[in-house]
Design a protein around this ligand. Sequence first.
Ligand SMILES: [Zn+2]
Ligand SMILES: [Zn+2]
Length: 163
Amino acid sequence: MKVSCGFCGRTYEASSGLENAFREWRSRRLRYGRLTCEKCGKNGPLDIRAARIHQPVAGPPPNQYRCPVSHCDGWVEHVKWRAKKIWRCGECGGEWATQADLFAHLEAVMKRYPYRKKVYRRVKDGWESVKLTEEPSNYEERVYKEPFEDEPHLPRTRAKPRA
Ligand SMILES: [Zn+2]
Ligand SMILES: [Zn+2]
């Protein structure tokens, strides 16, 4: 399997240790991680599906958000799912019918776990993700300390609809 690095521009065959790591990340359906390039030694955000280490300027593509479900460090994307377009987290299976629902949930999780505010940024019409390099390096670690949500599809953190 080949890995490419945005720092040094090299594409090379991953070591067997790295191959195993990729296998595990993919089985957990993780989208992003961090990796130290085996050629230049620089550490940066890793796009696991593309096997590419980003340079610090790179960020998550637009319309992707860290999943707001407790204990989930996955990414929510706007995807086609059973003939509908919905917002869905590939890791926990959380679903939101509209972006407004998703944003309400982001706001609820930020109230519940204030450290999560560091991965979102307020914009004119809602929220955007910060660049991967701006995320706290212990983000995943902290997420894993949160309790599991009993029912990710109906999260307890969901904001009450405004009257
Ligand atoms: Zn490199
Ligand atoms: Zn999730």
